[in-house]
Design a protein around this ligand. Structure first.
Ligand SMILES: [Zn+2]
Length: 253
């Protein structure tokens, strides 16, 4: 049995050395994933910068239910065609947007510039417990740097014209980019009716920063089953953070 102990000791030493190396690496650029040891349940432990992922009280996504009727202000989407400019960042496929497209809230003098949009599959938000096969997030920032994110659900149905363009040039590996002289009409990724839920939340990826205004549109848009699987297969895993506790928050509709 003495020799057995020896065999146990050696792999432990290797594991320890590996753990120390990983920690050193993570101090520079903390890595995270949607599953395994660096998955959502451990994001808060991966870096001091990710503390809010564990300790935040206003985290996203959430299950949207028990909403409160409110006179929510009208949203005006002034989105203009933007050249196809995608990155596969290893967590999602992201389309970066040229300056000029805005989300306006006229009754509140609010103006947020669209910076990028990206996808999750399955959806991150659930509505009355229901998951959708995919969700797109339009990320906006105002002049003060405050973030407003618009979430739109996809349901399976007709092929989506903008996804056809985007997915034709979907970057293959993490770090790959794709730029094409093709105009992406972001408006075609929005439903015709713009009724929405509103709540205060966070980024759904590390560092899970709070103070994000979340707008989740009530009406889904459609994508074909093939388009949904194409994204899923490229990412190779589910790309949704589990829903978070509401805590003291209210959700308006
Ligand atoms: Zn997102």
């Amino acid at each position: 049995m003495k020799s057995a102990n020896k065999f146990i000791t050696i792999p432990q030493a290797i594991l320890l050395a590996f753990a120390v190396t990983s920690l050193a690496a993570s101090e520079k650029a903390p890595n995270w994933a949607y599953e395994g040891a660096t998955g959502p349940q451990n994001w808060g432990e991966l870096s001091a910068d990710f503390n809010l992922c564990r300790q935040g009280r206003n985290q996203s996504p959430i299950n949207i239910q028990k909403t409160i009727d409110a006179e929510l202000p009208e949203l005006v989407f002034e989105y203009y065609s933007s050249p196809l400019r995608q990155i596969n960042n290893g967590h999602t496929i992201q389309q970066n947007i040229e300056p000029g497209s805005t989300l306006k809230i006229p009754s509140r003098d609010g103006s947020y510039e669209l910076k990028q949009f990206h996808f999750h599959s399955p959806s991150e938000h659930t509505i009355n417990g229901k998951f959708y096969p995919m969700e797109v997030h339009f990320v906006h920032a105002n002049a003060e740097g405050a973030l407003a994110v618009v979430g739109v659900m996809f349901e399976e149905g007709n092929e989506n014209s903008e996804l056809s363009k985007l997915w034709s040039f979907m970057p293959k590996n993490a770090g790959d980019t794709s730029e094409q002289a093709i105009g992406i009409e972001e408006t075609n990724l929005l439903p015709p009716t713009r009724e929405y839920y509103y709540y205060s939340g966070s980024l759904t990826t590390p560092p899970c920063s709070e103070g994000v205004s979340w707008v989740v549109l009530k009406t889904p848009v459609q994508a074909s089953a093939a388009q949904i699987s194409q994204f899923k297969e490229r990412m190779g895993q589910a790309t949704n953070r589990p829903v978070q506790a509401h805590n003291a928050r209210i959700i308006l509709n």
